[in-house]
Design a protein around this ligand. Structure first.
Ligand code: UD1
Ligand code: CA
Length: 454
């Protein structure tokens, strides 16, 4: 099959009014990736080398987004929504380039399993002209029914055009189809719009093919695969199914999730074996975690790279550009952004490290802040290997602390500190014997005098 060429035509011209959104429906994300991008990925995984995206509503936004998630895809605008066959024909220029297989998919069906698509292509390779992916939804209302005669698929009837008898059929059209490229345009051009909705139905090519003695086959996919998203409740349902699949995959690959249902992955999260993730952890896009790391409860991590045996959280926030090398540690209520923590560096409590390097083995005391921003520009803080930054220090960037530098607690460091130097950036302490008692007596008599005068 690998020698067969394949184009996927992904229909995404619909408005998606039920999402009640200014954002086109298919750009709403599942696991941080637009749902239509999931469809593109599935098509690619099933061997579709080229993608044609049929857009309409929100075309400019769609084009811009497509550039990001599928830069090679060609977009085609369907000006008027005259039905699914009409929509496929918007990509006529792509189809007519000549492909062995055409996969027609919907942009709002993000959970489709590439295996189901590959199985449909296999049927084309075996000689079928049209392959319909069917499924058995718990409630078939609203779906096209697969009409079979003598074990052969003869037609797909849309709900609105079904007889009462046909409505009882449980086997439905999931929406995805594989069509032999050499027949695709001829078949699509024969579709008319004589039906209850007055639309050009893609599904009519089943009956047309049968009438011409071409082979039509139905395959079956699970309900989850074909879940179409129309509103935000279904969006959340799809997200839930996606997360459940991903958690299982993570666990089977050697990751411990203590409470898997509370851990949320992104489409691109990479996580190594023997890493333990405690409850309530969120992974935004761009996270890579090596083996044997510990991610403690309630951590929020995005765009971060975490090397093996690092320790993160609880309640840590790692933002884009956080780069933790082996055995680095980021403890509770710490935020790290665009900063490298070299091997074994420790940032344990209540700290902000942004635009910085923390050298190997350095220890950053509680409440330390890298003051990286002056309201206009960002500046870099460089902390050398083995440095010690005392608690509650402010490091005003640009500034560097040399190897083994030692910063006294409560310092405001505005000038660079050489290797092995000790720096105080605070007022010297004064201790006045007996003054505490004297002060207390003064305040007490002042308060008594005030009370007496009413
Ligand atoms: C379609 C199928 C139905 C199947 C169901 C599965 C047809 C005629 N019907 O019905 O058999 O059970 O999906 O969910 O194909 N679109 C366009 N341009 C158009 C019309 C539609 O781009 O002119 C896109 C929509 O944005 C959507 C997809 O095609 O992504 C499906 O269209 P929709 O109107 O939702 O079809 P259904 O009535 O759900
Ligand atoms: Ca639909």
């Amino acid at each position: 099959m690998s020698q067969r060429t394949c184009l996927s035509v992904i229909l995404a011209a619909g408005e998606g009014t039920r999402m009640k959104s200014v954002v086109p429906k298919v750009l709403h994300p599942i696991a941080g990736l637009p749902m239509v991008a999931h469809v593109v990925r599935a098509a690619e995984a099933a061997g579709a080398g080229d993608q044609a995206l049929v857009i309409g509503h929100g075309a400019d936004e769609m084009r811009k987004a497509t550039q990001k998630f599928a830069p090679k895809a060609e977009t085609f605008v369907q000006d008027k929504r005259l039905g699914t066959a009409h929509a496929v024909l918007a990509a006529r220029a792509a189809i007519s380039k000549g492909y062995d297989d055409i996969l027609v998919m919907f942009g709002d069906t993000p959970l489709i399993d590439p295996g189901a698509l590959a199985a449909a292509r296999q049927k084309l390779a075996e000689g079928a002209a049209v392959v319909v992916i069917g499924f058995r939804p718990p409630n078939p209302a609203g779906y096209g029914r697969l009409i079979e005669k003598g074990g052969k698929l003869t037609a797909i009837r849309e709900e609105k055009d079904c007889t009462d008898e046909e409505k009882k059929i449980a086997f439905c059209n999931a929406g995805m189809m594989a069509v032999a490229g050499k027949h695709a345009l001829t078949l699509l051009d024969q579709v008319g719009n004589n039906n209850a909705k007055g639309e050009y139905y893609l599904t009519d090519i089943v009956e047309i093919s049968g009438g011409q003695g071409l082979d039509v086959v139905a395959t079956e996919a699970s309900f989850e695969n074909a879940l179409g998203i129309n509103n935000r409740a279904e969006l959340a349902e799809a997200e839930g199914i996606w997360q459940t699949r991903r958690r299982r995959e993570a666990m089977l690959s050697g990751v411990t999730l203590i409470a898997p249902e509370t851990v949320f992955f992104s489409h691109d999260t990479e996580i190594g074996a023997d890493t333990v993730v405690e409850p309530n952890v969120w992974f935004g896009p761009g996270v890579k975690i090596a083996t044997g790391a510990k991610i403690h409860a309630f951590s929020h991590i995005e765009g971060a790279t975490i090397a093996s045996n690092c320790d993160v959280g609880p309640f840590a926030r790692l933002r884009p550009g956080a780069d933790l090398r082996q055995k680095a540690k980021v403890g509770n209520f710490c935020e790290v952004k665009q900063a490298t923590l070299e091997e074994g560096a420790k940032v344990n409590h209540l700290t902000y490290i942004g635009d910085a390097r923390v050298g190997a083995g350095a220890n950053i005391g509680a409440g330390t802040i890298t003051c990286n921003y002056d309201g206009y520009s960002k500046f870099f803080t460089d902390i050398g290997e083995g440095a010690f930054v005392g608690s509650n220090s402010s490091l005003v960037a640009p500034v560097a602390i040399g190897k083994g530098g030692y910063i006294a607690s409560g310092s405001v460091i505005t000038e660079s500190v050489p290797d092995d130097a000790l720096a105080f950036g605070r007022a010297r302490q004064r201790t006045l014997p007996g003054k505490g008692k004297e002060l207390r007596e003064r305040f007490a008599s002042a308060a008594a005098a005030k009370k007496a005068s009413g």
